[in-house]
Design a protein around this ligand. Structure first.
Ligand code: HEC
Length: 102
């Protein structure tokens, strides 16, 4: 029992700091980019207004870089390995179309 709560505490900590190595979220087959963003991303990326989901730095303001970012993650951002194929395409389109480039 003690061991179990220790493991639980550790995994909760990882989830809290967002570096557990990834998230298991899998988008429904027919989910729009907007839907995926609001389910998986707004926890950390709060939309700035109705049309501005994120502010992107110039080097990330393209579909390839956005897709790489959410599939591979980074130091402080978890990887979403289950967002693939068309869903990844729709999400990247949505982010790109609804972001401001700083
Ligand atoms: C646990 C929090 C968290 C979640 C959930 C999260 N992100 Fe992030 N994201 C971050 C942090 C922190 C950064 C900035 C640091 C970095 O780039 O590593 C970031 C950076 C980014 C960037 C790069 C922005 C730039 O200009 O450099 C993109 C693109 C991005 N996230 C997309 C997404 C998408 C799409 C999702 C949903 C699938 C998502 N994020 C979910 C925390 C999160």
């Amino acid at each position: 029992m003690k061991k179990f709560s220790f493991a639980l505490t550790i995994s909760t900590l990882f989830v809290l700091v967002g570096c557990g190595g990834g998230r298991d979220y899998t988008p429904p087959a027919d989910a729009s980019g907007e839907k995926i963003f609001s389910s998986a991303c707004t926890e950390c990326h709060k939309p700035l207004s109705a049309n501005v989901a994120m502010i992107l730095s110039e080097k990330v303001a393209n579909k390839e870089a956005i897709t790489k970012k959410f599939q591979s993650g980074s130091m402080r951002m978890p990887a979403f390995k289950n967002i693939q194929g068309e869903a990844a395409d729709r999400l990247a389109d949505y982010v790109l179309a609804n972001s401001q480039v700083k």
